[in-house]
Write a protein that binds this ligand. Structure first.
Ligand SMILES: [Zn+2]
Length: 63
């Protein structure tokens, strides 16, 4: 018996539903992470943008 099931979450970036699998939930809980707010695509896009990205563009996102 595993009390964990896949969950459907809504991505904060693209607004699409994505599956947060039971296995991932275990992983997150183990690490003490909060539940993800973005789907994998958006997560990856964000990460790539950050890594390949702009220098000096820290946390200034104001427009
Ligand atoms: Zn997304």
């Amino acid at each position: 018996m595993s009390g964990t099931y896949d969950q459907h979450l809504t991505c904060a970036d693209c607004g699409h539903d994505f599956v947060w699998s039971a296995r991932e939930q275990d992983f997150y809980r183990e690490k003490g992470f909060q539940q993800p707010r973005r789907c994998k695509d958006c997560n990856r896009a964000r990460k790539e943008r950050r890594e390949s990205g702009d220098r000096g563009g820290d946390a200034r996102g104001n427009r």
